[in-house]
Design a protein around this ligand. Structure first.
Ligand code: ATP
Length: 536
């Protein structure tokens, strides 16, 4: 299945639109249409219900070291600027960019690869964006640069393997990915990913603030408030769903890398001695959730970060990754990161500095040798009132993207199969096999024909079911066509009112995936739909 067919279905059926499309769109921003908004709400509601409100805090769940509590939070997008200084985002949340003086294009320093090549007595380092096709791109560029024809491809003498531009110390011999001359790339420059804004009437630096690049910090700074107001003992998880903003340099792959997106994050606070067990618990729990929501295990992997990849404070991180159709064969894109953050965050907000084990970059010492960013100075430690044990809790963070999850569910659901039409002839059908909990519309109510009182009765059933579920009434066109339309929208059930309904008050209920139909009483519709949604 190609990404193009999914993107086109999303637009055609109203799942996703480009933001500000009538003005040519804005890169990295997407709007959810009528079906998309319901789907994404259902993704967030399923997460919130499974992780927070329906969480069983009385039992020890499979794999968990003990019972635990869960609470929710909804914090502001703009927070005190000091939050981002102490979290490290102000100083460290950036990408390095190189500009091309010739083409005025800008590239991420770590996303350009290059290789030395010699021809006609000249040696250059030819670059291309890192990808499966980079060698083809480099060859084309080298032929052009040396003014060689395709048939002279063997005159190009390649040296060494392809390496990242970050390995180069001088750019004089470098041919930029789109440049005609050598040495047009600038030195790498830092580019902070946080969107800046100004609070109040102050337009100078005193009023400067940032749109949050993650929801997590709101949870850390409220840790004590939640603890005090709920009187929970640890372990405790605090969850938040909300918008985050990152001025991504290269937004791409539909909603996968956007500049405005939603996160679903949990910060799980526990005793340091148990944190490794909790880390293992959350990795497995979160992977299982995607399986339960209908993602085939063959398309999902858990990738443990190598020690080199780990953030300096992280004791362990595992990404849950999905085989998105836009990735190369065998490659996966991150849906969620589960990381063991130790006591890094609470300590930073207390002290504004980090311990000696941390990366020296984050020590942030000022000229006087004192920590550059002051923490809140508040005591964010935890005292267990039963044991009197006092400690800085460790944190496990399962951090998911609502938009990436929604995109993965869309990709996973997209299916093309063959089904008989009204006349029994096999026809290709596009069906979105979304989990019934996630499906934007739960049932379509269809009168078989537009006469004999069928529309009137259908409307009665529709209005009754509407009180409980998002349902849809459709009387336009042949019933087979209406089934197809609802299959494409991912609607799991079609309720059809036919001649027999008028006699015995029964309707047919058709299953989207199997197209099987059975008869149920009108009075049973609500319960049958509810049971089937819950049983997936
Ligand atoms: P990536 O490496 O893909 O940029 P990340 O490691 O920076 O992601 P985190 O900071 O761990 O991502 O954010 C947690 C989750 O938030 C990610 O797993 C992803 O689902 C989501 N997310 C992060 N950046 C974006 C984005 N630009 N667009 C959409 N979702 C995002």
């Amino acid at each position: 299945m190609s990404m193009d067919s999914i993107v086109s279905l999303c637009k055609r059926r109203g799942f996703l639109f480009q933001s500000s499309e009538i003005y040519g769109g804005l890169q990295g921003f997407w709007d959810y249409g009528p079906l998309g908004v319901e789907l994404k709400r259902n993704v967030k509601e399923a997460w919130w219900s499974d992780m927070v409100t329906a969480h069983d805090d009385m039992s020890t769940l499979a794999g968990a070291p003990s019972p635990y509590a869960m609470e929710g939070l909804d914090c502001t997008i703009i927070m005190h600027p000091q939050v981002w200084k102490c979290s490290g985002h102000y100083d460290l949340f950036h990408d390095f960019m190189v500009d091309c003086r010739e083409t005025k294009k800008r590239y991420r320093h770590d996303q350009l690869n290059g290789r030395w090549v010699e021809a006609k007595g000249n040696k250059i380092f030819v670059t291309a964006p890192a990808s499966d096709e980079e060698q083809g791109h480099m060859t084309k560029r080298a032929l052009k640069f040396f003014n060689l024809r395709n048939k002279h491809i063997d005159d190009l003498k390649w040296e060494g393997e392809s390496t990242c531009l970050t390995e180069m110390t001088s750019f004089e011999e470098v041919l930029g990915p789109d440049a005609k001359t050598l040495g047009t790339l600038t030195e790498p420059r830092e580019f902070n990913l946080m969107f800046k804004t100004y609070v109040g009437a102050l337009s100078g630096e005193e009023g400067a603030a940032y749109l949050r690049p993650e929801t997590a910090q709101g949870i850390f700074v409220n840790f004590k408030n939640v603890l005090d107001s709920t009187r929970h003992r640890l372990p405790l998880g605090i969850a938040q769903i909300g918008k985050s903003f990152r001025n991504e340099i290269t937004p791409r792959n539909f909603t996968f890398r956007s500049r405005e997106f939603e996160q679903m994050e949990i910060e799980f606070f526990c005793h340091p001695d148990q944190s490794k067990d909790w880390y293992m618990y959350w990795r497995d729990r979160r992977l299982k959730w995607y399986h339960e929501m209908g993602i085939d295990s063959g398309n999902l992997i858990m990738r443990e970060h190598s020690p080199k990849e780990l953030a300096h404070y992280s004791i362990g991180t595992a990404d849950i990754e999905y085989a998105f159709p836009f990735m190369a064969e065998g490659e996966y894109g991150e849906l969620e990161g589960v990381s063991h953050r130790g006591d890094f965050d609470l300590r930073s907000h207390m002290e504004g500095k980090l311990d000696e084990k941390s990366n020296p970059l984050t020590l942030q010492l000022g000229d006087d040798g004192k920590p550059k960013w002051k923490g809140s100075g508040k005591d964010l430690n935890y005292r267990d009132d039963l044991t009197n044990d006092k400690y800085t809790p460790h944190v496990i963070e399962p951090s998911a993207g609502a938009d990436r999850a929604t995109l993965a569910f869309l990709c996973e659901a997209y299916t093309v199969d063959q089904q008989p039409d009204d006349k029994g002839k096999m026809q290709e059908r596009i069906v979105m096999k979304l989990h019934p909990r996630l499906a934007p519309i739960k049932a379509a109510i269809l009168p078989l024909v537009k006469k004999d009182g069928m529309p009137e009765l259908s409307k009665e059933i529709y209005l009754d079911l509407k009180k409980h579920f998002n349902v849809f009434y459709d009387e336009k066109g042949a019933v087979g066509r209406r089934y197809r339309r609802s299959d494409e929208a991912g609607t799991p059930y079609c309720i059809t009112v036919d001649g027999q309904t008028l006699e015995d008050k029964t309707v047919t209920i058709r299953e989207r995936d199997t197209t099987e139909q059975s008869r149920i009483k009108i009075d049973e519709c609500e319960q049958v739909i509810r049971d089937r949604i819950n049983n997936g």
